[in-house]
Ligand binder design. Structure first.
Ligand code: GLV
Length: 308
């Protein structure tokens, strides 16, 4: 039985060592080395080609190298192949750090001070207590919940929104289309951590963003496809929104002439909020392979029809 690995070679080197030491019964191969395609039961990949998938007659599980699975073309994947997203401590820690950094930057007016600095203008802004800055997270999966937990000690009033109902201590939870308007009305800072699906594409648009309180700000750490770019630009220019921190864009890389780059109220980072950590991810993968062998539920398995 073989795991075929088709991602970053540096991570592959670490995974190979960990598999050799901790799961010697699972062969580890990358496509450039000799391997028997009929022995490949597991594929770990970011964006595998249709040809690669078609060449693996016994494939049982496609493991995403990252937290998302929207990059997979499900139409090219045989229906029996299970799909698993990466849930591992390194990704969670990175996302928590980034979301905290961006929330605090917006809360403490970093965008205004960056603009003022460009004009050599010394112009203090009165502090708003954290208890008066409402932060809301869209997407209450493992990452969304970890971010809310990390933000709680600052004292921000917290709320959350997701498709299905949740109960989280210290967080006002809203669900579904019916709960969206009430949720948005109470977010001074909105963090998008949704999966990208047909139902969430373009969810950050004029209709939703204009329901945020005047002066609210957006952090997008989901996918570029969640955001209708022109709507964000208009709402910033009209002064309804005060800023945005965007780690994801569509396309990526963001083209050099895109208006986001030079916008004084937008901070762009190049999809770095979190990254899969090699060692912890390898161990999560091995644990999932063991669960599969034991007929137990997999951690992070995606409902393919739902897309997350
Ligand atoms: C990155 O965005 C990932 O899905 O891990």
């Amino acid at each position: 039985m073989t795991l075929l690995y088709t991602s970053d070679p540096e991570r592959g080197r670490i995974w190979r060592e960990i598999f050799a030491a901790e799961a010697p019964d699972v062969g580890f191969a990358d496509p450039s080395e000799p391997h028997d395609p009929a022995a490949v039961r597991y594929l770990a990949a970011w964006s595998p080609s249709a040809e690669l998938i078609a060449s693996l007659p016994r494939l049982e599980i496609l493991f995403s190298i990252g937290a998302g699975i929207d990059q997979f073309d499900m139409t090219r994947l045989p229906p029996h192949v299970r799909v698993v997203r990466m849930i591992e401590p390194g990704i969670t820690a990175g996302m928590v750090e980034y979301a905290a950094m961006a929330t605090l930057a917006l809360h403490r007016n970093l965008i205004d001070y960056r603009v003022a600095q460009g004009e050599a203008r010394w112009s203090p802004i009165k502090l708003v207590p954290a208890g008066e800055r409402r932060v809301g997270v869209m997407g209450l999966g493992n990452l969304g919940q970890a971010v809310l937990k990390a933000l709680a000690p600052f004292g921000f009033p917290l709320s959350g929104w997701s498709r299905s109902a949740h109960q989280i201590d210290g967080v006002t939870c809203h669900a579904g289309a019916a709960g969206m308007a009430a949720f948005l009305a109470e977010c001074d800072i909105l963090i998008c951590l949704l999966p990208l699906t047909d139902a969430t594409r373009g969810i950050l648009c004029r209709d939703s963003l204009s329901r945020l309180p005047k002066g609210a700000a957006l952090i997008n750490v989901g996918r570029g496809g969640h955001l209708v770019e022109q709507d964000l630009l208009s709402l910033l220019d009209e002064g309804h929104l005060s800023g945005a921190v965007l780690d994801v864009t569509d396309p990526e890389p963001l083209p050099g002439d895109h208006p986001f780059w030079a916008h004084p109220r937008i901070i762009i980072t190049p999809h770095v909020a979190s990254m899969t950590r090699a060692d912890s991810a390898a161990r999560v993968l091995i644990a999932n392979i063991r669960r599969h062998e034991a007929g137990e539920p997999l951690d992070g398995e995606v409902a393919r029809n739902r897309g997350y």
